[in-house]
Design a protein around this ligand. Sequence first.
Ligand code: P5A
Length: 422
Amino acid sequence: MLFSEFFAPTSKDIPSDAKIASHQLMLRAGMISQAASGIYYWLPLAVRVLEKIMKIICEEQDKIGANKVYFTTIQPAELWMESGRYDDYGKEMLRITDRKDGKFLYSPTNEEQATDVFRKYVKSYKGLPTMLYQIHWKFRDEIRPRFGVMRGREFLMKDGYSFASTFEEAEEIYKKVFKSYIRTFKRMGLTPIPVQADSGAIGGNMSHEFQILAQTGESTLYYDKKLLTASDEELMNIFAVTDEKYDPKTSPIPKNELMVSKGIEVGHIFYFGKKYSEPMNAFVLDKNGQKLYPEMGSYGIGVSRLIAAIIEAFHDERGIMWPEHVAPFDVTVLNLHTSNKDCVEICNKIYRALSESKEVLYDDREMSIGEKLGDADLIGIPWQIIVGEKNLSQGFVELKNRKTKEIIKLSVDEVIGRFIGK
Ligand code: P5A
């Protein structure tokens, strides 16, 4: 992609209403733009990161046998009347009336629709267990949308739903999703902290949140320091709770082994048994022809919030430092002297060679050197190949690592060799 053709409206101004680093940087890097309170346009740089995140999520969901579907964003209210949540959900739900006075709502979550699809198609115990998931937009009319896409009103969520014959089978699925979430977040370069949580409006009695440590997080976490060195297998059994659940009088962990940190909730999973299957009459016939109401769970990842959480975890005073697997591009080529024929020729050569196997952003814009270097650090692509006339006249280009800031001089062939066949 040529930067001259790339829609990335970067800016030096720090917007005064943006209080945290991720919100400031997303605006400055031209990733998002506010359309209304808590509602954002997603611009190309952000979309490329969203797509990387979604790819990781989908690959990990495939591995645990979850099926991707799309439920709908607009739902008929009747389903929520059946489950009993229509009135309970309160003002957070955006309620819509169509031209025939039909009652609808914009999905804040899709337990009812997942149950509806299940009951339409699965009639026998042989269809269990089964798992459906989607990545789709949600709307919650939050009282205080804030921190940009961190707490939006419109946001993108991965939401999964499981159906099992017995509690044991449901618990097994819950554990499988738990481990898969740990892998999912680790692949994004993050260190997830799973904590026991309250199940709130989704309901149920087994629930974990997945938190990313960050000073700007809205949750307070209390956890055994063993958690930081535990294996994925051990994680579920180590003490970790949010402030809603923490009681110093009953804490099983001595004070000197207890860690207290702020965190950002990027995922939340729930087991809630028959909370939806029974009232919505979603049943299958068991071996003996008796009605069996499936044991359900639901599993969420805040896909759009993750972008902000990743930036909170990976930035410095100059901008974003994307972890490799979620970076919008693998490498950027900066032509510092666009009027110099040699620079243009070499940049074209590097760009063509690298583009065969890498995602490359080639900064071919006619702009000052300072602006180009500033933009490159701001948007945070992991590697920068910097081509300037002085180095080039001596046969070199520079390769900069955005995170470590290390710069090395390499010949053109060497720099191409670093990325090709890697
Ligand atoms: C689980 C999947 C649910 O909705 N139903 C379907 C369950 N859980 S949840 O905890 O309410 O949300 C799941 C994740 O979505 C993110 N999230 C948000 N992201 C941005 N802005 C918001 N207003 C917002 N609300 C929830 C969180 O990451 C949460 O863990």
